[in-house]
Design a protein around this ligand. Structure first.
Ligand SMILES: Nc1ncnc2c1ncn2[C@@H]1O[C@H](COP(=O)(O)OP(=O)(O)O)[C@@H](O)[C@H]1O
Ligand SMILES: [Mg+2]
Length: 309
């Protein structure tokens, strides 16, 4: 696949400047509560526009424990708007918990989550539900309703969440969506008649039909063979480039993350230990990151050599 046309050079972090943690800590935050005085609101505003306008989501010192299991430890992370970000790291290290906390499915013990200028962690439940409609998510198991056809699966959020009543409009939007994911005219099929890769694409389509501003993918390629994985990775790129949707993915497919992501965050035991453009993360001096990447990329080489021989 060719270099992304819209992507700035990797060196130095590119246009949307994925920040290293020390820079991130210096970025000014939006006003935090009405009672808090800001000494120089205009300066804050200007800085925010130039330095943060590109970040659609930010977490600020997000911590989450389950009993004595401290899973997230002061995670501060920015998600650049209309880019692809990848969260990588070992299994069980808190990646899914981070996603769920950002999306408001889990409540953090401490810290904040911002969506543009709105602090999600300060919203009342109903307001959070409303704003969460701007997020789509595609989880590891596509979780389609097996008792419904593909068409009904896609129509469901239109009817039940967006409350669209016009059957013609629902049919049209479902058909357009299926065409866009290159599975046209399969409305009448049932999920169990489809291959794993097709089900995954329908799962993505069901999230996309709501026209989200941010789409979260939790391990979209886990359990798929390399060819199907490539199809799904390419779909993420199309979602980002053609629909201009901010994509955030958790992935085990490290070579794919380095190929398609604009920003990579490496989570280890609840801490972000490397963050930035693929090049910046690849040059990380942390042993944990270096070993993880060395193993991930050397597996790829072995596989390639075997196939080419
Ligand atoms: N709802 C939950 N209740 C209790 N522990 C949880 C819950 N969800 C996740 N955990 C724990 O949090 C840790 C991180 O899990 P997770 O975020 O799923 O890891 P991964 O990086 O593989 O996505 C694990 O130790 C897991 O057991
Ligand atoms: Mg997970």
């Amino acid at each position: 696949m060719s270099e992304r046309p819209g992507r700035a050079g990797a060196a130095g972090g590119g246009a949307r400047a994925p920040q290293n943690p020390s820079q991130a800590a210096k970025v000014p935050r939006p006003p935090q509560s009405p009672g808090r005085t800001l000494k120089a609101p205009q300066v804050q505003q200007t800085l925010r526009q130039t330095e943060e306008a590109s970040q659609i989501i930010r977490t600020e010192k997000l911590s989450k424990s389950f009993g004595t299991n401290a899973v997230l430890k002061e995670v501060t992370l920015g998600i650049p708007e209309k880019k692809i970000s990848a969260v990588i790291g070992q299994s069980g290290t808190g990646k899914s918990v981070l996603f769920k906390t950002i999306m408001g499915m889990l409540k953090p013990d401490q810290g904040r989550v911002w969506f543009r200028d709105t602090e999600l962690t300060a919203l009342k439940p109903n307001d959070l539900i409303a704003i969460r409609r701007r997020f789509g998510y595609s989880f590891q198991n596509a979780a389609l309703f097996d008792s419904m056809t593909v068409g009904e699966n896609l129509a469901f959020p239109l009817r039940e969440v967006l409350r669209i009543r016009d059957r013609g409009e629902i049919r049209r939007r479902v058909a357009e969506m299926l065409e866009w994911i290159e599975l046209p005219a399969i409305e009448a099929k049932r999920p169990d008649e489809l291959s794993g890769g097709m089900r995954k694409r329908i799962g993505v389509a069901r999230a996309l039909i709501m026209q989200p501003e941010v789409l979260f993918f939790d391990e979209p390629t886990t359990g798929l063979d390399p060819v199907l994985s490539e199809t799904i990775n390419n779909l993420v790129v199309r979602v980002n480039r053609e629909l201009r949707i901010t994509c955030v993915m958790i992935t085990h497919d490290i070579p794919a993350a380095f190929r398609i992501a604009d920003k990579i965050a490496f989570l280890d035991q609840g801490y972000i230990i490397a963050e930035g453009s693929p090049k910046e993360v690849a040059l990380s001096k942390r042993d944990m990151v270096r070993n993880f990447l060395r193993i991930s990329f050397s597996e790829l080489k072995v596989w390639r050599n075997d196939t080419l021989r």
